[in-house]
Structures are given as structure tokens and as C-alpha cells.
Design a protein around this ligand. Structure first.
Ligand code: HEM
Length: 222
């Protein structure tokens, strides 16, 4: 296949509503993988009182030659997921009056499925503030563990991080079942199981991320 044909295929596939949904599902599943890795790193904040374990981990990450590549990939994933989400939502709205409605959700409607766009927006706002806090605007040389603990111990930190991760949890309760359905990986016999697994994923990840603002706000930064 020539380069031109590949480009035409890419445009046809991912320019369509179905293609957009498929790519959205794939980017979403990889982002869930990132969340598990991020949670694993963050749990080191609980490993000791002075934050040495977390700081050693953060320093190792920052010195990794793979970091720029991983960050660029992550940024691309987040951007693609958001742009495709807006496109699918718009196509859905435009098609609402026609017979060719793009299915917005799969299975029974749940609080998670009804609020996907709203929770997606809250997560986006949270992400911008979060990157500003810990990635873009942090003093050089200071202990990152201490910066994180102090930020989460403040009332504004509790509100921002609490709202962000609750929105994330709700978003994820629908994400897995929607992604598997879109990719055609579904069977009526396993539908209830997949629904339960998706709910559990949102509940567990939401609660796990919520533990950081809760523990540091209630226990203080030190
Ligand atoms: C409340 C729990 C969270 C805490 C304590 C936390 C903490 C941190 C810290 C300290 C960093 C900077 C790491 C470094 O520079 O070495 C970071 C980066 C990041 N966090 Fe979080 N985070 C939390 C939740 C989240 C959530 C829910 C998301 C996604 C929706 C997220 C997405 C990111 C991203 C994309 C980066 C940038 C990664 C990079 O550039 O290397 N975080 N987080």
C-alpha cells in the first residue's frame, strides 16, 4: 500500500464516527494503564514519613532518558482522547434526529454513562491545574513529596483533588464496558460481569486516588 493509500485509509477509518469511537476506546484503555502506573508511584508517598521513597522514585523518573518520549506519548493520548470525545459527541448530537444515530452508550444507562461528557470536562480542568501544581510550576530542588503533601493538606487542594478524582472514578465506572463494546469484545453471557468489572474499576481507582487528598488533609503535610 502506498503512502497516499495509507493516509486515505487513516482518514476514512478515523474520520468516521465508528473509527473515532474505536480510537477513543483504545486511547482510553491505554490511559487506564497509565493510571495504574501513576497510582503505583504515588503509593510511595505512604511508604515513609519523610517522603524519601517517593523522592527517589521521582528523581529516577526525571533522569530517565525515556521520559521525554513517555511524556510526549501521554500528551498525545490525552489530546486524541479529548478531541475524539468532542467529535463523537458532536456527531451524536447532529445525528439525533436521523435514523443513523451513533449509539452514545452501551447497556443500561447508569450515572457514569449519563455524565461521561461532564466528568470528562471536570477531569480535563483538574488535569490542567494538576500539571500546573506538580509539573510546570514547582520550585527546583525542593522535595516533591513535601510539595505534594503540602498541596493536598490545604483546603483548596482537598477540593481540587477530591473533585478531580471523584469525577475520574465516575467516568471510569462506564469506561471499560463502553470501550469493550465499541471494540466488539462483548457477549450477552458476559455483559453483567463486564458491567460489574467496569464499576469496580471506577470505584477502586477513584477511591485509591481519593486516599491521597484525604490522608494528607486529615493528617497534615508532616
Ligand atoms: C490525587 C492523586 C494524585 C496525586 C497525589 C498525583 C501526583 C502527581 C505528581 C507528584 C506528579 C509529578 C511527577 C513527577 O514530576 O515526577 C504527577 C504528574 C502527573 N499526573 Fe498526577 N497525581 C494524582 C492524580 C492524577 C490523576 C487522577 C491523573 C489523570 C487523570 C493524573 C495525571 C498526571 C499526569 C498526566 C502527570 C504528568 C506525568 C509526566 O509528565 O511525567 N494524576 N502527578
Amino acid at each position: 500500500m502506498g503512502r497516499c493509500h495509507v493516509l486515505i485509509w487513516l482518514r476514512r477509518t478515523f474520520g468516521s464516527s465508528i473509527g473515532s469511537k474505536a480510537l477513543m476506546a483504545c486511547t482510553g484503555l491505554v490511559l487506564i494503564g497509565f493510571l495504574f502506573a501513576h497510582l503505583g508511584g504515588n503509593l510511595l508517598l505512604f511508604a515513609d514519613a519523610d517522603g524519601a521513597a517517593f523522592d527517589a522514585y521521582a528523581t529516577a523518573l526525571e533522569h530517565s532518558p525515556l521520559l521525554p518520549l513517555a511524556e510526549a506519548g501521554l500528551a498525545l493520548l490525552f489530546c486524541a482522547h479529548i478531541v475524539l470525545g468532542v467529535r463523537v459527541q458532536r456527531a451524536n448530537r447532529e445525528a439525533r434526529e436521523t435514523a443513523y444515530r451513533v449509539r452514545r452508550t452501551h447497556g443500561a444507562r447508569t450515572p457514569g454513562s449519563r455524565t461521561m461528557v461532564a466528568t470528562g470536562l471536570v477531569i480535563l480542568l483538574f488535569l490542567v491545574a494538576h500539571l500546573y501544581d506538580f509539573r510546570l510550576c514547582r520550585p527546583e530542588g525542593d522535595s516533591l513529596a513535601l510539595i505534594v503533601r503540602e498541596r493536598l493538606a490545604s483546603p483548596s487542594g482537598l477540593v481540587l483533588y477530591g473533585a478531580g478524582v471523584l469525577a475520574l472514578g465516575l467516568h471510569l465506572t462506564h469506561a471499560l464496558r463502553s470501550a469493550l463494546h465499541t471494540l466488539g469484545l462483548h457477549h450477552p453471557r458476559y455483559e453483567a460481569l463486564v458491567d460489574r468489572a467496569s464499576f469496580l474499576l471506577g470505584f477502586v481507582l477513584g477511591l485509591a486516588f481519593l486516599s491521597f487528598p484525604l490522608v494528607f488533609f486529615l493528617g497534615g503535610a508532616a
